[in-house]
Every structure is written in C-alpha cells, then in structure tokens.
Design a protein around this ligand. Structure first.
Ligand code: SF4
Length: 347
C-alpha cells in the first residue's frame, strides 16, 4: 500500500501540486519563516505577510538586529503572536551560536524555540538537508481517514501511531515533493468537512474512510465567552491613544486602545485620567473569536479636543492612517467600524 501511496501522491503533485508558492526555494531561513507562518494560518493569508516579511528581513542577520516591536508590527493581524516572539528569540540564538547562518541539521533546528518535530522535519526536508516525514494537521487528518484510525487514544498515543504511519508511507526519494503533495491534498481535497474522495489520488490506494465512524472523533473544547469594553480615543489630529499590552499571553507586547472587563474598571480609568467629562461619540459591538474563546467587544469611540486638560501620556498617540506599532486583529475590526461610521457622518 505505501508504494502505491507515494507513487499516487507524487503523480498527483506533478500535475496539480502547489509548486509556485513563494517559499519554494532552498533557503532554510525563508522556509523557516513560511513554516512558522503556516502553523494555524491558511496559505492564501500567509502569502502577503510572507512577502512583506522577507522583503523587510531578508536574512537572519537583519532579523536578529530588529526589535520585537518591529516584528510585532509586521506580524500584526496574523495572530498567535507567540510565533513571532519565538522567531525573534531563535534569530538571536542563530546569530550568536551559528554566526547568523541557519543550522542545517535536523537536531539543531529542533532545538530552536517554537520549532517542533514536524516543523524541523519540513524545514530540513524542503531545504534538502534530510528526507523526513511530517505530521501537521492536514497529514494527521489524511492518515486518520486513510487507515480508519478510530479507537480511543490519548493525544500522545494517537500521535505515536500517526508518526509511525507517516514515516511508513514517506519515500526516501523525492521526499520534499511527497510531503508537499500530501499537505496540498489535505488542504485542497481531503478537507475537514466533505472530503472530495472522487478526485483524490488516495482513493485507489484503498482509503478506509467511513464518514460515520469518524464523526465522534473530534472532541470540541467548551466555548468560553468573554465581555470586553474597548475604549477608542481619537484626538483632533486624527491620532489614536494606544497602550502597550502588558498582561495575558494572547496579545502581550502589542498595542491597543484600553480594554476593560467591566463598566466599573473603565469608569475608574476614565476618572483617573480626567476623561469623565467626555461623551461617547459612537458605540458599536462585535465578536472576535480566538480558538474556543469568543470575545464580545462593546466599543466606545471618544473624540478628544486638543484643548482638553487630560492626564493621558503625550507619548501614546499614533497616526490613525499609519499606526506604526503592532496591533491585535480586534483593534483593526474596531477601526474598520470607526472608519465606516466616521465616513458616513462626513460625506
Ligand atoms: S479518499 Fe477521501 S478520505 Fe481518503 S484521503 Fe482521499 S479525500 Fe481523504
């Protein structure tokens, strides 16, 4: 079966595989950046971020000299900000321990922060240093369906079984094309919902997929709802007041309008900064989902006259048309609302 699988995947890859992706190069630095961006993010979303990133930071040397704030700015909107914090940390290590040359052994790559077994395998295989199997989300889904793996396992037991399967079907020749082909089949054909088995090259390999036996497999985490009051303050010079986020893990280090969990804490902050006398100009609301957490944002937009005597720091104002610090996606959503309301009022 494994011979058929590799032959069918490679034949399919030759005809339909995504060979023109911008990170299809043999530079491990560029492959590393793309692989980290592709964790939890779709190819089409990643492409513009990747191109911008590589233009600004073409190699480890330039990257290692940049500040985390610069990196958070360019990563802004891509989410899962721990990824860029680890890239920053890894670039310092590569600069210090490897003279700014990306390491070329699987074991050394695996030691870098933010890089697990599958990412290290992909980087070293795509760069031509080794021929290794991978196990990303797409490949896991294919293997579970292909071999009808549906017992009750802990995560580590299931991963062990799937790594064995993945290593078993991965050929030693054209490994790079094979793993790219497998990932492409996972994202284009063997999708999470409604796999398109009719056009799948694995169907004739005896794929054991039975929709009914796998429906119960995915245990969803309970949804957590979080209320937030986002206080967007804009002055006469079209500048927005932003503070660096210093708590929590999700958006740590980015800049945001002040965000409160209750009306009381917002009122206290407004009063402490001499802002109590300012009226809300617009109000709106939206939801923002991050994995199993749903944030319900109530957004209050305030316009601040320059002659008002308030206690907000003069250093925290950023031009609305060109915010030069990293901001979370939820703030971009709030600013889209602001622009449409503001433009409605000013036509
Ligand atoms: S035949 Fe269907 S279930 Fe099996 S790998 Fe292909 S798309 Fe997925």
């Amino acid at each position: 079966m494994s011979h058929n699988i590799s032959e069918n995947v490679l034949n399919w890859y030759d005809k339909f595989g995504r060979k023109d992706l911008p990170w299809k190069v043999d530079d491990p630095y560029k492959i590393w950046i793309s692989e980290i961006m592709l964790q939890q993010t779709q190819v089409q979303t990643v492409i513009p971020y990747y191109l911008k990133f590589i233009k600004k930071f073409p190699n480890v040397k330039v990257l290692s000299k940049s500040s985390l704030d610069d990196l958070l700015l360019i990563w802004s909107g891509l989410g899962y900000y721990n990824r860029i914090k680890n890239i920053h940390l890894a670039s310092q290590i590569i600069s210090k321990d490897y003279n700014s040359i990306f390491p070329n052994s699987f074991d050394e790559i695996l030691m870098l922060p933010g890089i697990g077994k599958t990412t290290a395998s992909a980087i070293s295989t795509f760069s031509g240093f080794s021929s290794r199997a991978i196990l990303d989300g797409n490949v896991k889904r294919i293997l579970i369906r292909l071999f009808d793996i549906n017992g009750t396992y802990t995560k580590s037991q299931l991963d062990k079984i799937l790594w064995e399967k993945s290593e078993h079907i991965t050929p030693q020749k054209r490994t790079s094309d094979f793993i790219q082909g497998l990932m492409d089949i996972g994202s284009i054909i063997c999708k999470r919902t409604q796999p398109n088995c009719k056009i799948c090259p694995l169907k004739s390999c005896g794929c054991l997929y039975k929709p009914s036996s796998q429906k119960k497999k995915y245990i969803k985490k309970p949804i957590i709802k979080i209320m937030s009051i986002l206080t967007v303050i804009i002055n006469d010079n079209s500048q927005i007041y932003l503070e660096k986020i210093t708590t929590g893990k999700l958006w740590l280090g980015l800049f945001s309008s002040p965000n409160f969990s209750s009306e009381n804490s917002k009122n206290n902050w407004m009063s402490n900064n001499n802002l109590s006398h300012i009226n809300v100009k617009y109000e709106s609301s939206f939801t923002h989902r991050v994995t199993n957490k749903i944030y319900n944002f109530n957004v209050e937009f305030y316009f601040l006259k320059n002659n008002k005597n308030v206690s907000l720091s003069t250093k925290n104002w950023y031009n609305l048309s060109d915010i030069n610090v990293g901001v979370p996606k939820y703030l971009e959503k709030a600013l889209t609302i602001y622009r449409s309301e503001y433009e409605k009022d000013n036509v």
